[in-house]
Design a protein around this ligand. Structure first.
Ligand code: ZN
Length: 387
């Protein structure tokens, strides 16, 4: 065990400080304020670091603990933003402590995990624990909707800049090696307007859309239910919105509907669009009468899949065991920034304190016992891989 009572109370203070800086979508510059505060603390501790502006006024933070010899590079990653605070049933931004938990927006998703990873670097630096290689902590902007994970997407351009990555999202200290991707599409069907007294000279866009939706429901969805990933479960599709027409006595010339697809490792964005195009091609209508657009907030939200046989996963299991935690390997049912890192060729898992059930909820909290265990495990995994 590494953390003493003083370390634990410092760690609680660190989480509270980050939670007190609001960083949800409608707060301009909130993420950057969190990034700046992390950088200030890191520099005061003698760590290296910098901000990287991703879009105007919004910056990732990068903290580096450099070893004295060559070795592996471990990347810790977590997002700086949170969802909003409307409708919360608790005080959202004080991060008060009660019943062995910290309560407030962003405690579990994911300033608690981010602070745990950050504190592991502070601990190693302060205690002059020698490492080989390098530990990088990156706090990213824009992971939560309606953003497009800009911070992590931007890291793709660096290629494989680490040997392994851990996303500190809440997994109850289990190891998620896979999760689904998500993609929302808007489908527009064109027809031709006419007066309802003579509908035959028009071309009813609503009827055409309904035919396509019928095929989605009765042909495509049953196929998706058979596409099952052993950790992520089945691929899914939901048609969630439809609009069309102007008034009852006009044949509608446009009908638009949107759908959300949760897709499994092995499926691609191109393939998902092709599925809809293929259904349309079975109907007796022109290709040009149907168009598909990906809704921006779900662009590039690809799945994650990392082999369970990556050697560092055995180290992570051993580190967890040492901290008294029995971790299991599983597929998460939510999306993370890890998908982008995986696409850069970095073996990536999701591993962090807290329960994702409490994220985005009217009551959000993180269990402090898990925070301390998680931090112990982060310190230990660094020692095992870079020690
Ligand atoms: Zn999150």
């Amino acid at each position: 065990m590494y953390l003493d009572e003083n370390n634990k109370s410092e760690l609680i203070d660190l989480i509270r400080e980050l939670v007190k800086i609001p960083s949800y979508y409608t707060i301009s510059g909130g993420e950057t304020k969190v990034a700046q505060r992390i950088l200030e603390i890191a520099l005061a501790e003698g760590l290296d670091g910098r901000l990287e502006e991703i879009t105007p006024g919004r910056s990732n933070v990068e903290i580096i603990l450099e070893g004295e010899e060559e070795g592996k590079t471990i990347l810790f990653c977590g997002h700086l933003d949170t969802v909003g605070i409307e409708g919360m049933d608790i005080e959202p931004l004080t991060a008060y402590e009660e019943d062995g938990k910290l309560w407030g927006r962003g405690t579990v998703d994911m300033k608690g995990g981010l602070a745990s990873m950050f504190y592991s670097l502070i601990y190693l630096k302060r205690n002059k624990i020698k490492i080989k290689g390098k530990i990088i902590l990156i706090g990213t902007v824009g992971e939560e909707c309606p953003n497009n994970s800009d911070g992590a997407y931007n890291l793709r351009k660096r290629g494989k800049f680490a040997d392994l990555a851990i996303i500190g999202e809440a997994t109850n200290l289990n190891i998620a090696v896979a999760h689904k991707g998500t993609m929302s599409l808007e489908v527009e069907i064109k027809g031709k307007a006419a007066h309802s007294s003579n509908p035959k000279i028009g071309d009813n866009a609503i009827y055409k859309a309904v035919e396509l939706i019928y095929l989605i429901k009765n042909d495509l969805i049953p196929k998706l239910e058979k596409k099952v990933h052993k950790l992520c479960g089945e691929a899914t599709l939901n048609v969630g919105m439809i609009t069309g027409g102007v008034q009852n006595n006009i044949v509608p010339d446009i009908c638009t509907f949107s759908l959300n697809r949760r897709y499994i490792p092995g499926e691609t964005e191109e393939g998902i669009i092709w599925e809809i195009e293929e259904l349309w091609s079975r109907l007796p209508y022109n290709n040009e009468d149907m168009s598909i657009r990906t809704l921006e907030e779900t662009e590039n939200r690809i799945p994650l899949e990392t082999s369970e046989n990556e050697p560092f996963i055995a180290d992570l299991l051993a580190a967890a065991k040492e901290a008294g935690v029995v971790s299991k390997i599983y597929g998460a049912n939510y999306w993370t920034d890890g998908a982008h890192l995986r696409l850069s060729g970095i073996p990536t898992v999701v591993f962090g304190p807290g329960d994702i059930k409490e994220a985005h909820a009217a009551i959000e909290f993180i269990d402090l016992k898990q925070v301390f265990q998680g931090t112990e495990i982060y310190i230990d995994i660094i020692k095992r891989i870079c020690g």
